[in-house]
Design a protein around this ligand. Structure first.
Ligand SMILES: Cc1cc2nc3c(=O)[nH]c(=O)nc-3n(C[C@H](O)[C@H](O)[C@H](O)COP(=O)(O)OP(=O)(O)OC[C@H]3O[C@@H](n4cnc5c(N)ncnc54)[C@H](O)[C@@H]3O)c2cc1C
Length: 366
C-alpha cells in the first residue's frame, strides 16, 4: 500500500517533515541508507526562528545576548539556541512511519501514458524496487562538488572553566589565530553545549574552495594558545564541511536539497523546522518573494567570496550594527523581500567606499 508522503532522506529536514506529516495524520514512508544513524553535528539557531512545537528540552543552551568581535566587541540583542543534537533528533520522532533502509536512486514524476504508467510519483530504490506515493519529497541533502562554495570548520569541546571569556561568541574575527592578514580569513565560533562544556570552532564561513579543516585545526590551536588554553589532543572534535549552494528552490525538495540553506551563513535547520508543517500539508514555501530573497542571499554569498580577507571584519562590523530587525530580515526572513533588500541596502551604505566598489564589481561579474 502506498503512503500519502514519501520522504527521501532522514537528516534534520527529512525527519522534521516526516514528524510533522505524521502529526497531521498522514501515512508516511521514510527512506534513508542509514535511518538509525545518530547525528553528530552541533546545530544551533536563533530562538525566534523556531516553531512552537519544537520542545525546549531539545535546547542544550540558550544564550540571551551572544557577542561578536569584528573590529570591536558588539552584543547582539537576539536569543540564540544551541540544540542538544540527540534530543533534537529524538524529538523529530518518526514513529508510525514506514522506515526503509535503502538508497533512493531516482524520483520519477507521475505519468499517465505508457504501459507502466503511474498516476502517482514514485521512487526507484537501489535495491531495485519502485515505490509509489501520494507525494515524494527529496530531503537527501546536497552532495559535495568541487564547484560549490562550502563552509568548513574544526572544533573542540573543552571544559567551560578553561574559557576565560564568559560569553558566547557568534563570530570572533580577532586576528590571534596565526593567519597572515592576506590569507583567507577564519573566525572563532564559541557556544556552550552544557553547564560544563563549550564548543570552540575555527570556521571558514564560505570558500570556493573552503579552507581545509587541518589548517583550521592549526589556527584554532594557535588562537587558543594565545588565550592561555593548550589543547591536549583528547578533546571531542567536530569537523564541519558542507555546501552552501546547490539546492533547488522547488516544491518537491526540502531542507538543504530544497535550497533552505542560507547561502551566506550555512544555516538551514531552523528554516526546515519552521516550514515543515507547510510542506507536510502540501503547500508551497517558494512564493516569488522567497525566490527573490534567495537570489539576494546568493548575491550575499558572492559578496563574501569576493571580499579581500582583511575586509571581512569591517563587513561584519557594518552588518552587526544594523538594527536587530534588519539583521533578522537578512539572516532569517526567507520571504521578506522588502526587509531583505532594506537590510542589504543599509549594509551597503554603511560600508567604506573602497569595499562598496569591490562588491559592485564582483556582483556584476557573470
Ligand atoms: C557539523 C555541522 C554543523 C552544522 N551546524 C549548523 C547549525 O548550527 N545550524 C544550521 O542551521 N545548520 C548547520 N549546519 C548546516 C546544515 O543545516 C546541515 O548540513 C543539515 O544537516 C542539513 O539538513 P538536511 O536534512 O537538509 O540534509 P542532510 O543533513 O545532509 O541529510 C540528508 C539525509 O539524506 C540521506 N540521503 C543521502 N542520499 C540519499 C539517498 N540517495 N537516498 C535516501 N537518503 C539519502 C542521508 O543519509 C541523510 O540522512 C551544519 C552542518 C554540519 C556538517
Amino acid at each position: 500500500m502506498s503512503s500519502d508522503l514519501i520522504v527521501c532522506g532522514a537528516g534534520p529536514a527529512g525527519r522534521a517533515l516526516a514528524h510533522r506529516a505524521l502529526a497531521q495524520g498522514q501515512s508516511v514512508t521514510v527512506i534513508d541508507p542509514r535511518p538509525e544513524f545518530r547525528w553528530t553535528a552541533t546545530y544551533a539557531a536563533w530562538a525566534d526562528e523556531l516553531p512552537e512545537w519544537v520542545p525546549s528540552h531539545t535546547f542544550a543552551a540558550t544564550v540571551e545576548r551572544p557577542a561578536v568581535w569584528t573590529t570591536r566587541r558588539i552584543e547582539l540583542d537576539r536569543e540564540y539556541v544551541v540544540f542538544d543534537t540527540a534530543a533534537l533528533q529524538d524529538s523529530l520522532d518518526p514513529t508510525g512511519a514506514t522506515i526503509i533502509t535503502d538508497r533512493v536512486v531516482d524520483i520519477v514524476p507521475p505519468s499517465r501514458s505508457g504501459s507502466h504508467a503511474l498516476d502517482m510519483p514514485s521512487v526507484r530504490l537501489a535495491s531495485g524496487s519502485m515505490l509509489p506515493g501520494g507525494r515524494v519529497i527529496d530531503a537527501r541533502g546536497i552532495p559535495r562538488s568541487p564547484g560549490l562554495a562550502e563552509q568548513t570548520a574544526y572544533g573542540v569541546v573543552i571544559d567551560r572553566a578553561q574559557w576565560a571569556e564568559p560569553e558566547t561568541l557568534f563570530m570572533d574575527w580577532r586576528s590571534d589565530n596565526g593567519a597572515d592578514s592576506v590569507e583567507p580569513r577564519s573566525f572563532l565560533y564559541a557556544v556552550p553545549l552544557s553547564d560544563n562544556t563549550i564548543l570552540l570552532e575555527e570556521t571558514c564561513l564560505a570558500g570556493r574552495p573552503a579552507l581545509d579543516t587541518q589548517l583550521l585545526r592549526d589556527r584554532l590551536a594557535h588562537r587558543l594558545r594565545s588565550r592561555g588554553i593548550t589543547l591536549t589532543g583528547t578533546e571531542r572534535i567536530e569537523r564541519v564541511r558542507f555546501p552552501l549552494e546547490g539546492g533547488a528552490p522547488r516544491p518537491g525538495s526540502f531542507g538543504a536539497a530544497g535550497a533552505l540553506t542560507h547561502p551566506a551563513t550555512g544555516y538551514s535547520v531552523a528554516a526546515a523546522l519552521h516550514t515543515a508543517d507547510t510542506v507536510a500539508a502540501g503547500d508551497g514555501i517558494w512564493p516569488s518573494s522567497a525566490r527573490a530573497v534567495y537570489r539576494l542571499r546568493q548575491a550575499g554569498l558572492q559578496a563574501l567570496l569576493s571580499l579581500p580577507p582583511q575586509d571581512l571584519p569591517l563587513f561584519f562590523d557594518a552588518f552587526f550594527v544594523l538594527s536587530p530587525a534588519r539583521q533578522r530580515a537578512y539572516l532569517s526572513a526567507r520571504d521578506d523581500l522588502p526587509g531583505t533588500a532594506a537590510a542589504m541596502s543599509a549594509l551597503f551604505a554603511a560600508l567604506p567606499w573602497r569595499i562598496r566598489r569591490g562588491l559592485v564589481t564582483s556582483i556584476m561579474r557573470p
